[in-house]
Design a protein around this ligand. Structure first.
Ligand code: ADP
Length: 506
């Protein structure tokens, strides 16, 4: 048990949405008072309602609110917060912000600023990994001029990917398949790097064919203890961004887990890493793994690791920042069952995942055994246009991967959000996809199975998907009927439909 009393008394959460609520919940369980910050566009947000205290830090654009270091540090000072949890995104991987917290005597719940800096540049991280004997994706380990990128690309052999050294979120990245596209890709990557990160440094590496994205969660304390908590597979991606994650990976066996985990720990030690972090790898068909990058923060997909290890990563982060030693040893950790996370975005999956902001006029969240929801929205909430469209995460746990997937399918059927488009129907299709169910996923999965074929699915699964759709409509209509005063609900029970669906599957 973490003893909240021996730690911080008050924590400020420098974030919004589901992750702000996630952190507030951990604080509340530990008996730690919490302070939310919000922009003018977020006055009526759930995280503001949920927090003990809340303060406005500026207008809607994040550059003037959630990225406004002065305003956030001022709220921390005024409210007497002893620590700041940055969540993910915004200031979470900003070495300057971590440094300013350190200078102000406020604990930054994350790694020391120099570790963030060392890992913040992909080329610097690749140098550290190489020195620590961790295999990296073949390619440059330093920032390159345009001419050098061209020369190295030829040396490595196409396809290659040109990347922003400061990159993140798939930005500043260009895949080059044909020599004729090289020069324009270099220009595009460099200018996107400059506009997205204020840093035009780029480099080039080999573009692996249909790899899997497998990442290791690590925890390190200030006393020299570093452990790995097992992997997450995040190969289901659109535009190089994750949409479904799971733990453990269907292709990782205990021996590979140990090798990847030990590599991740070696790198963390070499970087002087403290707190929670993720070492990302690409894995090829022969199960060779190559270091990709380090994320020096809590990841969006951290819940799947929590579900299979039983740990609360946010509480672990808080304890580490308070100077406590790790309470778990490597040999004590056990991976139990399997967990899957579906990211629920306010996006239209059938229009190339374009954002779909607007008002949520109907909301019904799933529940039941093995189901966890991390949500930042409520019925009547207006999803703003200003921020990342992730509105919730649905996580299921099962004794094995199949049960986790079956639960996910069931939970997605119960999940209704009206007024905006969401990725729920996309996830419903993935959960009946034969390749997904066999664990045959790689980073080309969405393009291979769904791109340009929004309604594509195997014939054998057509009925299941149709019934899933029917149940979705039925639950929505039933919710409307039930909402009308003086009416009894429809006589048809949703469970009969579920039974029919099971019959179809047989
Ligand atoms: P970002 O920091 O922008 O998220 P990453 O370097 O973490 O970028 O890569 C994001 C995703 O892009 C990976 O998960 C993978 O799908 C794809 N990718 C990146 N580098 C390569 C590569 N060398 N070969 C194949 N795919 C890659």
């Amino acid at each position: 048990m973490i003893d909240g009393g021996a730690m911080f008394k008050k924590i400020l959460i420098a974030n919004r949405g589901e992750i702000a609520i996630r952190v507030i919940r951990a604080c509340r369980e530990l008996g730690i008072a919490n302070v939310a910050v919000f922009s003018e566009a977020d006055r009526s947000s759930l995280h503001v309602r949920y927090a003990d205290e809340a303060a406005c830090v500026g207008p809607a654009p994040s550059a003037r609110s959630y990225l406004n270091m002065d305003a956030i540090l001022e709220v921390a000072r005024r409210s007497g917060a002893e620590a700041i949890h940055p969540g993910y995104g915004f200031l979470a991987e900003n070495a300057e912000f971590a440094r300013r917290c350190e200078a102000a005597g406020i604990a930054f719940i994350g790694p020391p600023s120099q570790a963030i800096r060392a890992m913040g540049s992909k080329t610097s991280a690749r140098r550290l990994a190489t020195a620590a004997g961790v295999p990296v994706v073949p390619g440059a380990i330093e920032d390159l001029s345009d001419a050098e990128v061209e020369a190295r690309a030829r040396e490595i052999g196409l396809p290659v990917v040109i990347k922003a050294a400061a990159g993140g979120g798939g930005k500043g990245m260009r895949v080059v398949q044909a020599e004729a596209d090289l020069a324009s890709a270099i220009r595009a990557a460099r200018s996107e790097a400059q506009s997205a990160f204020g840093d035009s440094a780029i480099y080039v590496e080999k573009y692996l064919v249909a790899p899997r994205h497998v990442e290791m969660q690590i925890l390190a304390d200030r006393h020299g203890n570093t452990i790995y908590l097992g992997e997450r597979e995040c190969s289901v991606q659109r535009r190089h961004q994750k949409v479904i994650e799971e733990a453990p990976s269907p292709i990782v066996d205990p021996a590979l887990r140990r090798r990847m985990g030990e590599a991740a720990v070696r790198l963390a030690r070499a970087a002087g890493y403290v707190n929670a972090g993720t070492v990302e790898f690409l894995v090829d068909r022969d199960r060779n793994f190559y270091f990709l990058e380090v994320n020096t923060r809590l990841q969006v997909e951290h819940p799947v690791t929590e579900m299979v290890t039983g740990l609360d990563l946010v509480k672990e982060q808080i304890a580490i920042a308070a100077g406590e030693p790790l309470r778990h040893r490597q040999d004590d950790l056990v991976i139990r069952g399997a967990a899957i996370e579906c990211r629920i975005y306010a996006e239209d999956p059938f229009q190339n995942f374009v954002p779909s902001p607007g008002r949520i006029i109907g909301l019904r969240e799933p529940g039941g055994a093995g189901v966890r929801i991390e949500s930042g929205v409520y019925e009547g909430y207006e999803v703003p246009v200003h921020y990342d469209p992730l509105i919730a995460k649905l996580i299921t746990w099962g004794q094995d991967r199949l049960e986790a997937a079956q639960r996910m399918r069931r939970a997605l059927m119960e999940y209704t959000i009206h007024g905006i488009k969401t990725t729920i129907p996309f996830h419903q299709r993935v959960m009946v996809d034969s390749d997904f169910l066999r664990g045959e996923i790689d980073t080309t999965f969405i393009d291979r199975r769904f791109a340009g074929r929004p309604h594509a699915w195997d014939d054998s699964q057509r009925e299941v998907a149709l019934v899933a759709g029917a149940l979705h409509v039925f639950l929505r209509d039933q919710a409307r009927v039930m909402a009308r005063p003086g009416r009894v609900g429809s006589a048809e029970s949703p469970w009969k439909l579920a039974a029919r669906q099971a019959a179809l599957r047989r």
